[in-house]
Design a protein around this ligand. Sequence first.
Ligand code: KG4
Ligand code: ZN
Length: 332
Amino acid sequence: MYILGIDTSCDDTSAAVVTDDLTIKSNIVSSQHEIHGKFGGVVPELASRRHLENIIPVIDHALRTADVSIDEIDLIAVTRGPGLVGSLVVGVSAAKAICEARGIPIIGVNHIEGHITSSLMTEHPLEFPFVCLVVSGGHTNLYLAESTGTYRLVGRTRDDAAGEAFDKVAKLLNLGYPGGRPIEEKAREYTGETLSFPRAYLEKDSFDFSFSGVKTAVRNYIKKKARISDIDVARIAHGFQEAVVEVLVDKTIRLAEEHGVDAVTLTGGVAANGRLREEMEKQAVRNGMRVVAPPIKLCTDNAAMIAAVGVLRRAEAKEHDLFMNAISRWKL
Ligand code: KG4
Ligand code: ZN
């Protein structure tokens, strides 16, 4: 069985072909970073226009790479939300049109469930329950995954997503967009004493996050300096990254501990961060747990993870669904 996955939730146009045993035959991602980079963040109108130009070539590329024709596709799984509505509708419309023209069943997928499912693709079968940290440019959510499709949201950010904080701090440091990778690279250059930025643990026992405070602290620190040298940039990047990583790891491990869970999964764009992976691994091992972190290509936005949700939920697919719409805010 071949499943075509489509994701246009934010600024990446992606299509993938996955089999029903979750083997990835292709996973094409066309990024728009060069377009949005000069604005320091995603410009929704530009993103949807570019999705429109890209969607058919990207689907075509995914089919050709998998060496599968559209007639061999048994199911199309498309991201319905959450995300930018103008971006989502491009993927949803393309999926509906192909399904209707070719008589292929369709299923609408929650993008966050896609991120969670990327860990199931990495370790298959991954035993439930497990704790899952989804940490990206749009989300910072902590779930207790109880069974396929049952994900209890236990904590989430009350303001900026962690990736958003990386992007905003990178902008303050003139490191470009998206900012996660350049911050990680700068932080790695730094070997001095750690600059201490505030960690928001919120109320005792809370699993929620807040990153606007650390971002503001960075802004105030920069404002006070007459000039920011290269070493300052590295010091700030390092201190900021340490502050974010510490809270993410502490809360994730504490949740696993409280529920007696021995596996922790780490997904979403920020899960590409080496320091986060390293610290999560260290704390997990210390507590007798293990970390499942998908390869970076499966952590950042991609359609293979959407196709995988289609596999797991294929009983819910519909033969016709011309009325399927995009849902920009869709709580999992
Ligand atoms: O999951 P993703 O590709 O798209 C969203 O759904 O948001 O995540 C993109 C986010 C951006 O904010 C980017 O700066 C961040 O992930 N990111 C990183 C790293 N690589 C990407 N953050 C920290 N360290 C990284 N190495
Ligand atoms: Zn995402």
